[in-house]
Design a binder for this molecule. Structure first.
Ligand code: PMP
Length: 443
């Protein structure tokens, strides 16, 4: 560990660094959930990652199930990714001019996502979702957008909206600083509710530019859009000339190589969204995201079309090198089968540990993404997620952290397994869960 003014392993460094950070950074963090506000306690300052583990400023090692909130599908410091990034750094950090790797990464992504013929790179999921929204509005000449309660699409103004008070009413800003006028055209519906979809389209169908959805929602832990719901959503959007936008920032190249849309296409022949948004895994841990769709829609973008969109660091050469090396590794035959099996082992192991302790837990997983709830059945929407046992989740989170397992610090977040997680890591995690839940057999 570095000694040049940085923390040296020992007790109290996390607390000291948090105190120091809070003086100069609001809440001590650069993204709110990192502050542990939902679960309480001191956030861990991470000094280093290695495979499936991270080590904090006190020298404590944890099995990491956050993986930078999704990107680290190969674990930390994967040798091929590290080498590609080092080589790219040696060529220069940024040029603001086209580079070959942008095209290669675009080709590598498009190859696995047949619904897209073209894409454009940006630097964050927020930017990608915001740009897709502008493109959908520009391409359709309509203003109304539909989203679902519990889905997060980054922090662009028009998407920071909570549900309106009645069925198919327009939403209210979720954040101070977002004017009512900006969200006046955003309709918020309940996830998995077909009747609400029908009513929204009956009332507003000809004004709807797009419907944006997390197909497997990782921002309310892990909730799948049901097949009947997705089928109806596709029918209604097509019939009314609205674009269906899949936000696959989390699920893209994570639940399957082709993202969640590949899974829906398997069950609903011919299924495809009109626009897709990617982030996280496609950048392998560097700031990189993308949005894409059919050529006719994408060519509405500047410099070809009237929809403006740009970025100084878009398609950054180091980020594209990182993304390319990551995609190359995860495209190897058998990669997703192995990752899925390991993730399923974790989810079922957690379920078994809970059962052994007499605690109600429902679990689910797809590819390298998983969720667990302190509830008897899997929730289907935001209201049901919020009705699960939050106090027990918070106790469990800290009990696991104390035992060296780093879970997402809020019950509405998904978990991630990487290819670096070994069977021994899973077994250690399940044993920690059994021990953590052992003291709470009140159910
Ligand atoms: N969409 C989804 C589904 C996400 O999970 C996130 C981030 N967790 C975003 C968009 C925003 O991405 P970013 O944090 O890179 O802006």
């Amino acid at each position: 560990m570095s000694t040049d003014g940085a923390a040296v392993a020992g007790d109290g460094n996390n607390a000291r660094l948090f105190e120091q950070a809070r003086r100069v950074i609001p809440g001590g963090v650069n993204s709110p959930v990192r502050a542990f506000r939902a679960v309480g306690g001191t956030p861990r300052f991470i000094a280093r990652g290695d495979g499936a583990t991270i080590t904090d400023a006190d020298g404590r090692r944890y099995i990491d199930y956050i993986g930078s909130w999704g990107p680290m599908i190969l674990g930390h410091r994967h040798p091929a990714v590290q080498a590609a990034v080092h080589a790219a750094v040696d060529d220069g950090l940024s040029f603001g001019a086209p580079t070959e790797r942008e095209t290669l990464l675009a080709e590598a992504i498009l190859q696995h996502v047949p619904s897209m013929e073209q894409l454009r790179f940006v630097s964050s999921g927020t930017e990608a979702a915001m740009s897709a929204l502008r493109l959908a509005r520009g391409a359709t000449g309509r203003n109304v957008i539909v989203k679902f309660e519990g889905c997060y699409h980054g922090h662009a103004d028009a998407l920071l909206v909570k549900a309106g008070s009645g069925l198919a009413t327009f939403g209210h800003p979720t954040s101070a600083g977002v004017p009512e006028a900006v969200v006046r055209d955003t309709l918020v519906l309940e996830y998995n509710n077909v009747a609400q979809l029908d009513e929204a389209f009956a009332l507003h169908g000809e004004r709807i530019a797009c419907v944006m959805i997390e197909p497997i929602c990782g921002n309310m832990n892990f909730v799948r859009a049901s097949l009947p719901f997705m089928k109806r959503l596709r029918e209604l959007t097509s019939r009314h000339g609205a674009l269906l936008v899949f936000d696959e920032v989390m699920t893209g190249f994570r639940v399957a190589l082709g993202g969640a849309q590949a899974l829906y296409a398997r069950d609903l022949p011919g299924f495809a969204p009109d626009l897709s948004v990617f982030g996280k895994v496609i950048g392998g841990g560097m700031p990189l995201a993308a949005f894409g769709g059919k050529r006719a829609v994408m060519e509405q973008l500047a410099p070809l079309g009237p929809v403006y969109q740009a970025g100084t660091l878009s398609g950054n050469p180091v980020a594209t090198a990182c993304g390319l090396a990551t995609l190359q590794e995860i495209s190897r035959p058998g990669f997703f089968e192995a990752l899925s099996a390991r993730t399923r082992d974790l989810a079922s192991g957690l379920g078994e540990a809970a059962k052994g302790a007499g605690v109600a837990m429902a679990t689910d997983s797809e590819g390298g993404m998983f969720g667990f709830f302190f509830a008897t059945t899997l929730p289907r929407n935001y209201g049901e997620v919020m009705a699960t046992d939050k106090d027990r989740f918070n106790r469990f989170f800290h009990a696991m952290l104390d035992r060296g397992v780093y879970l997402a610090p809020a019950l509405y977040e998904a978990g991630f397994v990487s290819s670096a997680h070994s069977q021994a890591d899973i077994a250690e995690t399940v044993a920690a869960a059994a021990a953590s839940l052992g003291g709470h057999t009140d159910r």
